[in-house]
Design a protein around this ligand. Structure first.
Ligand SMILES: Nc1ncnc2c1ncn2[C@@H]1O[C@H](COP(=O)(O)OP(=O)(O)OP(=O)(O)O)[C@@H](O)[C@H]1O
Ligand SMILES: [Mg+2]
Length: 300
């Protein structure tokens, strides 16, 4: 189903960006209610990013927030699968000029809006200046339509993953108790910090058996982060329990939050969404969507 987001189509601003001036500090007051942009990322694949984005999106919706998801996952665009969607167009068609942004945004469950990225996301870091300006203009009106932009970045240290992470104002790094997840998380954080100076990371531990396990994964991560830990901020934002309802939900192309709202993991997502919203007081104005896109396309 195509979703013609209000205020997007036709209302795309005529104001063009001057690429030489995108460094300009934006002037929104601190604490203003601009959308927050949260990248959900991981060092190792398969740790639950897409599931977390989908379930957090539902939790934010239930807390009254308007949610946009950018599927930044290369190859398998699995947000679509989790939500049971079959989008025809994706951001590639916006980049090529074939479609307006509003024409590619699809509506998922509970009025969650989704930008299917498909293979187009690969091109985001390899755009011409003209394409960058075009995309920025397309995204210009999004700030008014959404409260939260969640980005499923894919895993690892490829340039796409890194760019999404440094452009977003907040990063949720997903880890599990597997030793390789902890070392891959460390590598990702180290690359983002040492190469780009990004300092703050929120750590979410997924698929745990109990609260202690979540904490101990975080402690292990802090320990391996060793000597550069003093330069960065690693914040433990909690855990999501291992829950066999995930497999049942996946089979029905739904999320646990939709099918089993009373399950441990669904409650975990709801609590997490609430905590993240309560934390919003500390945010600065560069969390908004426009600023995210400017930073994203300016890279490279
Ligand atoms: N808390 C959980 N309990 C049980 N199963 C989970 C949990 N979180 C995720 N899963 C399952 O783990 C698998 C991987 O999850 P998901 O696809 O969300 O990971 P991902 O990090 O997005 O993977 P990729 O790196 O391939 O994009 C899925 O089958 C999902 O249902
Ligand atoms: Mg995924």
């Amino acid at each position: 189903m195509m979703h013609q987001a209000n205020g997007l189509r036709g209302a795309v601003s005529s104001k063009a960006y001057d690429m030489n001036r995108v460094e300009e500090v934006n002037t929104y007051p601190v604490g203003s209610p601009f959308p927050r942009v949260i990248a959900v990322t991981s060092g190792k694949g398969g740790v639950g990013k897409t599931s977390i984005v989908a379930n957090l999106a539902i939790a934010f919706r239930r807390l009254g927030k308007r949610v946009l998801i950018l599927d930044g996952n290369l190859g398998l665009a699995n947000i679509d699968i989790i939500f049971g969607l079959n989008p025809v167009h994706n951001i590639e068609h916006v980049i090529s000029g074939e479609k307006d942004l509003a024409e590619v945004i699809v509506e998922g469950p509970e009025e969650i809006s989704i930008i299917p990225a498909g293979s187009g996301v690969h091109e985001l870091v390899h755009l011409t200046n003209g394409q960058k300006l075009h995309l920025l203009n397309e995204f210009d009106t999004l700030n008014e339509d959404f409260d939260v932009l969640l980005i499923d970045t894919g895993a690892g240290i490829s340039s796409n993953v890194i760019y999404f992470n440094i452009a977003a104002q907040e990063r949720i790094v997903v880890a599990t108790s597997e030793p390789s997840s902890i070392t891959d998380t460390y590598t990702l954080i180290k690359v983002i910090f040492t190469q780009h100076g990004t300092r703050s990371f929120k750590v979410l531990v997924n698929m745990v058996n109990n609260a202690e396990e979540g904490k101990s994964v975080f402690e292990n991560l802090s320990n391996v982060s060793g000597n550069f830990l003093k330069d960065i901020s690693l914040e433990y934002i909690g855990f999501i329990s291992k829950d066999d309802k995930f497999q049942k939900a996946v089979k029905q192309r739904r999320t646990v939050s939709q099918l089993y709202p009373k399950s441990e993991s669904s409650k975990g997502f709801f609590d997490l969404a609430q905590r993240l919203l309560n934390d919003s007081m500390n945010r600065s104005s560069d969390g908004n969507i426009k600023f995210f896109w400017r930073k994203l396309v300016r890279r490279h």
